[in-house]
Structures are given as structure tokens and as C-alpha cells.
Write a new protein. Sequence first.
Length: 299
Amino acid sequence: MLDGSNLAKRLLFALPAIPLGWWFINSTVSLTSRIPALPALVPGQVLILLLAIGACIEYTRMLGTFFPKNAFWLSYVWITGILLLDLFGNAMPLRFAIFILLFIIACEAVFLGEKNTGRWKRASLLFSGTVFLYIAGISCLNMYQDPFQSFFVSFKSISPMLSQMGIVTLVGSILLCDTVAYFCGSIFGKHKFSTISPNKTIEGVVAGFCTAVMAYSVCWYFFGAPAYPRFLGIFMGLCVGIFAQVGDLFVSLMKRYFKVKNASDIFPGHGGILDRFGSVFFAVPTLGLFIWTVNKVLG
């Protein structure tokens, strides 16, 4: 059954969020133009950085309910530093970056973990959650680079607010998938899809999947680069339709483990960053892998 109160919160949130999101994604304003030594950073990249850090904070707070005495804040210091290095064109080799994280987490568990409190469990949960959010963050940042950019036509010459239709296509398809799945599941859902998320129904999942495939395929037809075949839009839509919902279930599994309803309450009607963007965090790396593979095969 559709929750009227929650629906109202979602709609009120969407009214400013949609145009603001469009601006952040497409804006070509350089936030570092007055610092010659730094590369140009656009608002979309800064927003991704903030979302990745915010999601890491949410995750460590949930983990902190199991281990109150902690220095889990070190994980989002690490993720901030690593993503900033990438943004400024000085990306650290992945093996070194991961080793630094492993070293930090090992020290945190050894020196702050108390006896018989599951130090290995503590370290494993912190490491896996932080790496997941790093992958999500770096994958989202890579949408502003090739090969992702080469897959879509830029309409920047027409209007700056049409400069990133590829990112709009991807993020819009994921959010449409989530929205349609929520509404169709709430109104028509009768068959439970998974015990991980009791509110998720087969009807909602199918509706969200079909919406993502159609939305992405149609947008690819208009915005996709002519060098690539039109049928690729269907396969990319399939990736989005499947893995956006896998990501949603993944976050639900995470919250179920920590015994919380929402990661936080930062977004009215939606919950936290992980609640709202969990599907994005999972689908974007998946599609990035697909695009990288196609680019390698087709050149």
C-alpha cells in the first residue's frame, strides 16, 4: 500500500532536487579556475566526492553501533584523500591505495578493538564497506572521462545545460527504475521478491527493470555516439535495470545486518545517501565495466 505521508515527502524533495541535480551534472563552471596549478573541477565532480564521503560516514556510523569505541573516521579520511588525488590528476596506483587502507584498518582494529569483540569481523566490515564506496565514487567520477564520454554526443555547443546527456541518461534511468519500482510495487505489488527487502515485490522489480531498459534505450538512440551500434543501448539498459536493483538489495542487506531502517534521514522520504544512491553506486561501476569492455573490443 502506498504511504501517503512518505509520498508527499518524496514529491516535495523531488521538486527542487531534479533541477538542482540537472544543474550539478551539466554545469561547466570551473570551481578551481582561480587556482592555475589545479585542473578544472565542475560541480558534478564535487557533488560525487561529497556523496561518496557522506555515504562512508553513514556506513561507519552504522558499524559504530556494533563497535562504539572506534576510529572509523579514518576510512572517510582515506576515501577523501584518494578521490581528491584522482580528481587532481595524481591518482595513486591502486595497489598502494588499497594497502594504505588495509594498514589503517589493521592498526585501528589492533589498537582500538577490545578482546573478544571480533576484531577480524570489525576490520573486514570496515574494509569491505570502504572499498565498495571507493569503487562507487571513482566509477561515478570516471563518467566525466573517456571512455564513458566517448560513448555519448555532447550538446554543449547548443547549451551548457546539455553538456552531459550521457550522465543524465545513466543516472536518470537508474532513478526512474527506483521510482517506478517503488510506485508499482506499492500499488500493484502482491508477490514478495526477496526476504532481504520485505517491501520489494516481483511486480515492482519487473516494472522498474522494464522502465530502465526502455528509458536507456530511447535516450541512447538520441544521445549515443554514431560510432557505436544502436542495439548497444538495449544491453546497457539491461545492465542498469538489473544492477540498479541489485544495488538496492545490497544496501537493504547492509541495513538489515545493522538493524536500521535507513542509513540516515538526510533526504526526506528517502532516508540517507546509501538509501537513495545505493542503486547508483552499484549500477554505475557495472555499466562502466561494460563500456570499458566494449571500448576494448570495438576500439
